[in-house]
Ligand binder design. Structure first.
Ligand SMILES: [Zn+2]
Length: 108
């Protein structure tokens, strides 16, 4: 598991790449946090709020979803193996997200 500080640093580095270098006031960000990421949404929100004072922080939790490689069905992990065909061949479709999905603000 990555430390919270490292995660915040990574998110902020990605954010800086998306935003214009100057003349822009960031008002808010939305972070997608997958259910399988071992991080508390509240801890992440407060760490981000500390790093970005005055910026609205929205954390959206993304539920886990598996994708069956044999029949193509999508199903939640607690139904594993595939409830449609019984196959154990699956890939993670959702649940491992940790990214800034949206950032908004104004040019100043
Ligand atoms: Zn299946």
């Amino acid at each position: 598991m990555e430390s919270l500080e490292a995660v915040v640093e990574e998110l902020l580095a990605g954010l800086r790449e998306q935003l214009p270098p100057s003349g822009f006031r960031l008002d808010g960000i939305e972070v997608h946090l997958g259910a399988e990421v071992e991080l508390s949404g509240e801890e992440l929100a407060s760490a981000l709020a500390k790093a970005l004072p005055g910026v609205e922080i929205k954390i959206t939790l993304i539920p886990s979803l598996l994708h069956c490689l044999d029949c193509g069905a999508d199903y939640p992990p607690d139904e594993f193996p595939c409830p449609v065909c019984g196959s154990a061949a699956a890939e993670h479709l959702h649940g491992q997200e940790l990214q800034i999905a949206r950032a908004w603000g104004q040019t100043v």
